[in-house]
Design a protein around this ligand. Structure first.
Ligand code: NAD
Length: 446
């Protein structure tokens, strides 16, 4: 559904009126188009560690315009703070204040990225304080950025560095317009696994991907995005959505599999279809999901069970089949769609939030089960996304929900799809068991 308010305040008279009245002024976000420059201008890499030097050298090799110090009044595409050797909160001062001096020069749609280490792995209270401080710092800064600029962080676990393949993959994703609606988030890189693609425009070339719930909405867009990135698609949806499913399958030159994912043999049928029609199976995206909202006091057995069965129990059962299959052992990728409702909770959605919380729990617990084959399982948690699901929300509630994030607008299905495409790619091979929120830094649920 069109965001009429955002269109209004991005026109001349509307912009002036909104400014005068102090109303939200959502920016038009810079979204990914093949062939566009990675960043909207020069990139400043701040920090005096070896990790900062190595990252700057790597970004130079990508053809970016890299600075180690800001040039006064030069407009910037991104500011990267490499904070990988913090030993005490006082160590934050120099890089943070250097970034402060450049913030006004950040272009519309600019990026701030931190690279730091997880507090839980620190060996002293001082180091833990500094590392956790980065979390509070970055999330606050993201709320101060304007004009579609975002702030996100990469966490480097022990044994990884600023130039580990997936650290570079995450930096690339956060720099690019692919992450337009990801804001105020951290992604942990836990291993040296992964590799940057040879062809950055087709990072999924040669892969066979299954997307459930692909007949419409976010699922159809995931299919389009994975296709654009080079994957061969198997599209799954219920028989009742067969015509729509066939249309999307034709559009992305994939095959359609009419299937209720709650069926006991759904996993086997998905594997058989992918292998028989396309010779392999590399990526499974668990996107199919439903809402059956009711206050718990009015909840009935059918509503509760349907949501739990489709949104989480089916995924658990299909994953069991995937993990047992000899056809899912070559750096396999599973990406599940959760929801910020599963993090923050939502009135009327106890069933839905239980199922989406379940998705996140499943992803974290399943991560170790995939590592022996170089595989990963991650989730994305969308916030307010402009789809049929959110178009059904009453006008007033919808208008408030749209504005309740740092970017003051709803995301698009393509924003969710871009995050999934990244997590499904080789570049994210060292990211496992993570939940990435695609919510514009929803103010609810931190
Ligand atoms: P949608 O209702 O437009 O599409 C869901 C698709 O899943 C439909 O095509 C439906 O037929 C299919 N499906 C439902 N039950 C199925 C089953 N048993 N077997 C196979 N397919 C089945 O929903 P959407 O807005 O595109 O949402 C997609 C995913 O994103 C869902 O998991 C949803 O919970 C999640 N999500 C959406 C939003 C949002 O703002 N729209 C926010 C957070 C999370």
């Amino acid at each position: 559904m069109a965001d009429t308010y955002a269109q209004l305040v991005n026109s001349g008279p509307g912009r002036n009126l909104a400014r005068k009245l102090g109303l939200p002024q959502p920016a038009v976000l810079r979204r990914y188009e093949p062939g566009q420059p990675l960043v909207a201008g020069p990139v400043v890499v701040l920090g005096d560690t070896a990790g900062a030097d190595k990252l700057a050298a790597e970004l130079l090799s990508w053809g970016l315009d890299v600075r180690r110090h800001a040039v006064p009044a030069e407009k910037l595409g991104a500011i990267i703070l490499v904070l990988d050797e913090l030993g005490h909160p006082a160590d934050l001062e120099m890089p943070v204040l250097a970034a402060a001096g450049s913030l006004r020069d950040l272009r519309a749609g600019g990026r701030v990225i931190t690279l730091s280490r997880p507090a839980g792995e620190a060996s002293t209270p001082e180091a833990a304080a500094a590392r956790q401080g980065v979390d509070g710092f970055l999330r606050s800064l993201a709320k101060e950025l304007r004009a579609g600029a975002t702030g996100n962080g990469v966490l480097l676990a022990d044994g990884t560095t600023s130039t580990s393949p997936s650290a570079l993959g995450a930096v690339r994703f956060f720099l690019s317009a692919r992450s337009a609606f990801v804001d105020g988030q951290f992604l942990m890189v836990s291993t040296e696994d992964g590799a940057l693609p040879e062809d950055v425009e087709r990072p999924l070339a040669g892969k066979v991907a299954v997307v459930t719930g692909a007949a419409r909405g976010i699922g159809a867009q995931i299919a389009r995005t994975l296709h654009r990135d080079g994957a061969t698609l198997v599209l799954v949806d219920i028989p009742g959505a067969g015509d729509q499913l066939a249309a999307v399958a034709n559009e992305v030159h994939g095959t359609a599999l009419q299937l209720d994912i709650t069926g006991a043999d759904a996993g086997r049928r998905i594997i058989d279809h992918a292998v028989q029609r396309h010779g392999r199976l590399d990526i499974v995206v668990h996107n199919a999901g439903v809402t059956r909202d009711k206050l718990l006091a009015n909840m009935d057995q059918a509503r509760w069970n349907q949501v739990i069965n489709i949104n989480i129990a089916a995924q658990l059962r299909i994953n069991q089949a995937l993990l047992a299959s000899e056809h899912f052992r070559s750096s396999p990728r599973i990406v599940s769609v959760a929801s910020t409702s599963g993090i923050a909770g939502n009135r009327g959605q106890t069933n839905y939030a239980a199922s989406k919380g379940g998705v996140m729990g499943m992803v974290r617990a399943s991560a170790p089960l995939l590592t022996s084959n170089g595989g990963t399982i991650n989730a994305v948690a969308p916030g307010f996304i402009e789809t049929d699901m959110t178009a059904r929300i009453p006008f007033g509630v919808r208008e408030v929900a749209r504005r309740l994030n740092s970017l003051q607008q709803g995301g698009l299905p393509s924003d969710v799809a871009e995050a999934i495409a990244f997590l499904a790619s080789d570049a994210a091979g060292g990211i496992n068991g993570e939940v990435l929120r695609v919510c514009g830094q929803n103010l609810v649920g931190a």
